[in-house]
Design a protein around this ligand. Structure first.
Ligand code: NDP
Length: 322
């Protein structure tokens, strides 16, 4: 495993990390999570991603149980949570968003569910148009000075919103955001590569990128239909099935996947490993957060770096053309 600095901070995180969206508490119970974390630790993974909104907080409960059963030294790994969507299925107005109250309460709740004393990374899961950015920066800064979180960041904020947060923090001598959590993969490149270009240069922002396989599309497994038990077949994820496979945009993307697949086959590797390795080529990626519903998937994805030497300029050009 290689380790990359999280932006300009001193924190070194594994370039492959592991997240729990959809999977924990739905496809993965705490027993399987424990085995998965064991696999991750053996491979050198040191960052695990979560959010208050995943399975209404239950994903954090599963992660907390599994991590505490493994009893690894707390200083050897990092955990995150994210605030915005709330953990209550029918939230009151104070239980969502990025107000000082919810940012603070959600942190306390995540600490309990994850069974930790502090969060290494704490993200604003989306921007909140109802809360002044300065209020959220203050809330995050206070949590840092209280030792409840170490680094704070954003997820899917626009470059303009991130700039506003930086500038507010700088002007008021507060802790600025350290990292962003955007989607980035072979099919979703524009925000990361174009919109964020200038702010990478200006702020040396770290990134923990999500859905490197576009929710499984970039495994190629949906080209033959919908495999039983796969993400888009799950109850509650009908919207994803529409978005990924049935919409016009989804169908265009699946056509691209069918053109990417032979490139992986020519190289003698799986499209999953190629897609994950491709994300690692970008120096602005601090870590690629992997998702997996099965140990075998995790084991495969954790060897993605093997593909890096095969991604020559020529191969990269072919992929980009698609
Ligand atoms: P991926 O795009 O890599 O999708 C992961 C899913 O693809 C797995 O759960 C599995 O689903 C399938 N899969 C993975 N590997 C293989 C394989 N080798 N062969 C076949 N199928 C495979 O990542 P996620 O969408 O899960 O995102 C990763 C993490 O990023 C999340 O866990 C979360 O922590 C974070 N995230 C953050 C978001 C944000 O807004 N900040 C949004 C989304 C994710 P299945 O077996 O069910 O088909």
């Amino acid at each position: 495993m290689e380790y990359r600095k999280l932006g300009k901070s001193g924190l070194k995180i594994s370039e492959l990390s592991f997240g729990s969206w959809v999977t924990f508490n739905k496809q993965v119970d705490s027993g399987l999570a424990e085995r998965m974390f064991g696999t991750c630790f053996d491979a050198g993974v040191n960052f695990f991603d979560n959010a208050e909104g995943y399975e209404a907080g239950e994903s954090e409960v599963v992660m907390g149980k599994a991590l505490s059963a493994l009893n690894r030294p707390r200083d050897s790994y990092c955990v995150s949570s994210k605030v915005f969507f709330g953990s209550n299925k029918k939230p009151s107005p104070t239980q969502i968003g990025l107000s000082k109250k919810h940012v603070t309460e959600a942190c306390h709740q995540a600490l309990k569910r994850l069974q930790v004393d502090y969060l290494d990374l704490y993200f604003c899961h989306r921007a909140d148009p109802d809360t002044p950015i300065g209020e959220t920066v203050w809330a995050m800064h206070n949590l840092i000075t209280q030792g409840k979180i170490l680094y704070w960041g954003t997820s899917e904020w626009t470059a303009e919103q991130i700039t506003e947060a930086y500038e507010f923090a700088e002007k008021n001598h507060l802790s600025p955001p350290t990292m962003e959590q955007p989607q980035y993969n072979l099919l979703d490149r524009k925000r990361f590569e174009v919109e964020y270009g200038p702010i990478f240069d200006k702020y040396s922002m770290g990134t923990t990128i999500w859905s490197p396989l576009a929710s499984g599309a970039l495994t190629g497994k949906y080209l033959e239909g919908i495999p039983e038990g796969s993400r888009v077949s799950l109850e509650g994820y009908e919207w994803l099935k529409k978005h990924m496979l049935e919409s016009e945009r989804g169908q265009e993307r699946m056509k691209k996947v069918s053109t990417l697949l032979p490139i992986a086959q020519e190289l003698g590797v799986s499209l999953s490993k190629l897609s994950i390795a491709w994300c690692l080529l970008n120096k602005n990626v601090s870590t690629v957060i992997l998702g997996a519903s099965k140990i075998e998937q995790l084991e495969e994805n954790l060897t993605a770096q093997e593909v890096l030497p095969l991604l020559t300029e020529q191969v990269q050009q072919k992929l980009s053309a698609i």
